[in-house]
Ligand binder design. Structure first.
Ligand SMILES: [Zn+2]
Length: 275
């Protein structure tokens, strides 16, 4: 029996993703840095605050990007849901949560043209009940706050904690990630934060240095949050024969890569793959 392992696309075993909340105008500078180094990220937006629709909120917390910019600014990255008005969901009834998610989704989908199914919990607040409820609204993953200081794929994508906030040991963890050579693990470096924090803390050079160190590497898959989530879903849906000699078929619309005794094999959608 050959030893089978899931790999990232093209047989890689390292991936990098980023997740930034609130859609403030500093996203422009962050996106330009990510683009320069070939990194991909996810941007969680509050549709109700785009375009400076709420002047009081902007005066207190800073300017948001405009609706007209969304499709061009975030091209190649993921636009994701963060609720319409950023309420702490654990204090809200289901009716209100439904509106907060669906109106955000619909507004953002009109701007992007694709289903907006990613999510980060406003103020990091979630419960078992909310995790389950959000799935019924089409949400596929929910990012929480905090730092795992690890490079793991989450057990539960509705409770997805990043490796680190950018202000938490970022370059140290980056160097550790880059030196990992154990192919037995599927590694993910996941960084989160708010782009306005770089201006507030006067540390734009931190994310620039991170991007410079980790960008442009052949052996790393640069992906958005939902690309990673959906890739793992596609792997779990593969239909194997009991002897593990075949993927009888891959029911998803994307290829999944496997290592069979070290040989990289692509399980193509809808097809039989033998090892
Ligand atoms: Zn937020």
């Amino acid at each position: 029996m050959k030893h089978l392992y899931i790999c990232y696309p093209q047989g890689r075993y390292k991936a990098v993703t980023l997740s930034y909340d609130d859609g403030r105008i500093e996203d422009r500078r962050l996106v330009s840095i990510l683009n320069r180094y070939g990194l991909k990220g996810t941007f969680h937006l509050n549709f109700g605050y785009l375009n400076g629709k709420d002047k009081g909120e902007e005066e207190r917390y800073g300017k948001r990007i405009a609706e007209e910019e969304v499709s061009t600014l975030y091209q190649g990255h993921e636009v994701a849901c963060h609720s319409v008005y950023h309420p702490t969901l654990i204090r809200c009834p289901h009716t209100f949560i439904t509106e907060q998610i669906m109106e955000d989704r619909k507004g953002l989908e009109n701007l992007t043209g694709y289903p907006v199914c990613g999510f980060s919990y406003p103020n990091g607040a979630f419960s078992q009940d909310i995790k389950e409820f959000l799935k019924s609204l089409g949400i596929e993953y929910g990012r929480i706050v905090g730092n795992t200081e690890r490079f793991d794929i989450p057990d539960d994508f509705m409770e997805w904690k990043a490796t680190c906030h950018h202000n938490h040991r970022l370059l140290e963890l980056t160097d550790l990630f880059l030196t990992k050579e154990r192919e037995q693990h599927l590694n993910l470096m996941y960084v989160w934060g708010h782009s306005y924090e770089f201006t507030r803390d006067d540390n734009w050079e931190l994310i620039e240095e991170f991007a410079r160190r980790i960008g442009g590497k052949e052996d790393i898959w640069y992906a958005t949050n939902i690309e990673i989530c959906r890739y793992m879903q596609a792997f779990h849906r593969l239909v194997f024969t009991a002897d593990s000699k075949k993927v009888y078929y891959n029911p998803s619309s994307q290829s999944v890569w496997l290592s069979a005794d070290g040989e990289i094999v692509e399980a193509v959608p809808g097809k039989l793959t033998e090892f």
